[in-house]
Design a protein around this ligand. Structure first.
Ligand code: 13P
Length: 254
């Protein structure tokens, strides 16, 4: 299980191995072991080895992949495999990121199969949910995230739900500079928590819920202080080693 708060960097399609190595040297130089939180990096798959090399004496920092195919192996040219990712050192995987859903057409049903596969492969699934701007304006945010959550967890036993990490990433806040307010984030995290409670089996508080969407150095502390916000999943602001080090060292007031 991950210790909360969780600080997860999603580099998306940025930082090749050369940049990744330089980033990690600089980042680790400034960032001591922090035993009261978890740190994760989701680099591009081709840069994972460079990140892992840099981390050889820092088992406190975990690495994951941004995407896996829903089948473990076979004739799927170009895809990432969960079991190969695990063999290569990944400990976690993002599933259902909004860019996978909206750019690559990942379905709710596929997210459920991938969460199942992740647990079978001993990868921590970080299941992402979030509404688009038009869904928000139509007042259906809660039903959208509940639907995504139900589909993502569909193939798990009740007890297995306790091994999942959730991330609420409103699509309108991703890469736009428009962050959800701490109150907005808290409200939807509360909806997710209630849905977990209704599903039963695990203590709803056992499942960490991260927020993502235009997180930066200026808003990280207030987001983390909001009720039900157990961590941050960060894109743009995780690309700069100094800035990301400052964010992961945020003093957390709870
Ligand atoms: P930004 O932090 O760049 O808005 O991206 C958020 C995100 O999609 C992280 O997974």
């Amino acid at each position: 299980m991950l210790r909360t708060p969780i600080f997860a960097a999603n580099w998306k399609l940025n930082h090749g191995p050369t940049d990744a190595k330089a980033f990690m040297q600089r980042f680790l130089h400034q960032t001591p072991r922090l035993d009261d939180r978890s740190m994760l990096f989701f680099p591009p798959a081709l840069s994972m080895a460079a990140v892992m090399d840099a981390l050889h004496e820092r088992p406190d920092v975990l690495v994951g992949v941004q995407h896996v195919h829903s089948e473990a192996s076979g004739a799927f040219t170009g895809e990432n495999s969960a079991s190969i990712a695990r063999d290569a050192g990944a400990r976690a995987v993002l599933i259902g990121h909004s860019e996978r859903r909206h750019v690559f057409g990942e379905s709710d049903e596929a997210t459920g199969r991938k969460v199942r596969l992740a647990l079978d492969t001993r990868l921590i699934p970080m299941l992402c949910v979030g509404e688009t701007l038009s869904e928000r304006e139509a007042g259906i945010t809660e039903s959208v995230v509940e639907r995504q959550l139900t589909a993502g967890l569909a193939l798990l036993t009740d007890a297995e739900v306790g091994q999942v990490v959730l991330a609420y990433e409103p699509v309108w806040a991703i890469g736009t500079g428009r962050t959800a307010t701490p109150a907005d984030a808290s409200a939807i995290h509360g909806v997710l928590r209630a849905a977990l409670r209704a599903r039963g089996g695990v203590r709803a508080g056992q499942v960490p819920i991260c927020y993502g969407g235009s997180v930066n150095r200026g808003n990280a502390a207030e987001l983390l202080a909001a009720p039900d916000v157990d961590g941050l999943l960060v894109g743009g602001a995780s690309l700069d080693a100094d800035g990301w080090s400052a964010i992961v060292r945020t003093e957390v007031r709870r």
